[in-house]
Design a protein around this ligand. Structure first.
Ligand code: NAI
Length: 260
């Protein structure tokens, strides 16, 4: 099999779990050198143990809400592997992840900080490095959500009346289009995927309720939720040179959810 990301250097946020983890594994298969970063140092360690010492992966604990961390990750990636070609922003949370005792304003701020600001800070740091690639540019793939395209379904319960999640993912969609348009002429392609509901740690507590699981499943035209690897497949394509004419684009990867 041709390795689509051979000799590319990629930073992947949220790499310790779910879609980010599946993407890291897929990128390694495709020949990339991967800087796997996550705020969860323990889970990051488990991932690296699993991968083994191939010399192709570097794990860095970092919080995407902190500017110094995001700049540090990019700097370390360049120091270790010589440059940066690809960034995948998969780090994300929902209001369920936030301390339940926090009030609605604090929960909104917390979700926006990781999903929207974290994506922006990582893009900002990565673009600075990609501009140094002798005109070869780079590729950024943001993991937005169907909730960046449509409102949260009224058929599903959520905890706090109004959830910041769709608001934050709408910001990621527009950030992708706006930065994507601005940077395309520099050869930096910024695109987003909008996954439907996927089986990861983010959804596991919700689908514990069989009725909720059934409702969620049926919202997708394919009649099922997705697997992290099915999102990673599309991310790998968008990050690769095969997607050379895809820029500032927002791709649903949602089993037909948003078309229904
Ligand atoms: P996950 O919970 O399995 O993985 C998210 C990772 O992000 C975790 O390892 C977590 O430690 C990390 N993270 C959280 N806050 C961070 C921070 N401040 N700095 C660095 N890392 C941080 O969740 P999943 O499902 O893999 O989510 C990945 C992305 O996909 C998220 O942006 C999520 O919003 C998005 N998404 C997920 C869907 C789903 O149904 N699972 C659907 C649509 C989008």
């Amino acid at each position: 099999m041709t390795q689509r990301l051979k000799d590319k250097v990629a930073v992947i946020t949220g790499a310790a779990s779910g879609i980010g983890r599946a993407t890291a594994l897929r990128f390694l298969e495709e020949g990339a050198s991967v800087v796997a970063t996550d705020v969860n140092q323990g889970a990051l360690g488990t991932l690296v143990e699993e991968i083994g010492d191939s010399g192709q992966v570097e794990a860095i604990a970092a919080d995407v809400t902190r500017r110094a961390d995001t700049e540090g990750v990019v700097e370390k990636a360049v120091t270790r592997f010589g440059r940066l070609d690809i960034l995948v922003n998969s780090a994300g949370i929902t209001p369920r992840t936030v301390d339940p005792s926090a009030d609605f304003e604090a929960r909104w701020d917390a979700v926006m900080a990781v999903n929207a600001k974290g994506t922006f800070l990582m893009c900002h740091a990565a673009v600075e490095a990609m501009r140094r690639n002798d005109g070869n540019g780079g590729a950024i793939v943001n993991v937005a959500s169907i909730m960046g395209l449509v409102g949260y379904p009224t058929s599903l319960p959520f905890s706090d009346g109004f959830t910041a999640y769709p608001h934050s993912k709408g910001a990621v969609v527009q950030l992708t289009r706006d930065m994507g348009v601005r940077l395309a002429q520099e050869g930096i392609r910024i695109n987003a995927v909008c996954p439907g509901f996927v089986y990861t740690a983010l959804t596991e507590n919700v689908i514990d309720d069989p009725e909720v699981h059934e409702t969620m499943r049926k919202l997708h035209a394919l009649g099922r939720m997705g697997q992290p690897e099915e999102i990673a497949n599309v991310i790998a394509f968008l990050a690769s040179d095969e997607a050379s004419f895809v820029a500032a684009a927002v791709w649903p990867v949602d089993g037909g959810y948003t078309a229904a």
